[in-house]
Ligand binder design. Sequence first.
Ligand SMILES: [Zn+2]
Length: 286
Amino acid sequence: MPELPEVEALSAFLREGCVGQVIERVEVAALSALKTYEPPVESLKGCTITDVGRMGKYLTIGTGEAWLVIHLARGGWVHWRDKVPPARARPGRGPLALRVGLSSGAGFDVTEQGTEKRLALWVVKDPIEVEGIARLGPDPLDPGFDVLELAALLSGRGANIKTVLTDQSVIAGVGNAYSDEALHAAKLSPYKAAGKLSAQEVAALHASLLRVLHDAVERSVGLEASGLKSEKKGGLAVHGRAGLPCPACGDTIREVSFSTKSMQYCPTCQTGGRLLADRRMSRLLK
Ligand SMILES: [Zn+2]
């Protein structure tokens, strides 16, 4: 799933090719992905793109009239086309969800792989009309996001820190991969209660989270959309690396699986050597 760094890089990449261009074609192929009908998506035709940005994991494409907002969810991606295929994008079984053609002749396709179909598109007068955006917590790349703010966000929360870090209404933009990375870098167990972190642990988490995100943004921005996925994979220390040695200590990276996703951690770095219960396994053994 694209998270803050990838969406930041995608938005920077799209900004280059899109700002100042007139939208000539906008074709929705995945009708169920479109969550709004007023203003109609066709109303974007003829509008000049004035801004491309990111809010949490949402891509926002602004014209003077309306905004196209895209949430890529788990299987979504943006593919730049130097020349947009002339064929009209039609509803079908393929991965194509949206095709946008610009006055330059270039444009982009938004696709979704897999069967989950959670990619979402909105056309709104203001991005804040999108419920998920209205609920977003502070952005960790915002210069005002300091240790005190993180401490206040975690204070009193009984849920584990892994769950809290990935809750978009607490902190915007952090998902499964970068929460694994930040917790590993801060040497924190993902199961520790968020509200029970010491001041020192909050400070370590704050520093790790910002470093992990800034590093990923730095590696990603400037890359073409097509190169972002492999760049993300190459930069991860624990996420998606179960069974491989921890780059910090050499211990074997372990994994806890849930029904649709899994998280990875290093026992030596994060849990004092203890293995965390794999809930899927323990349910099977009951
Ligand atoms: Zn380790």
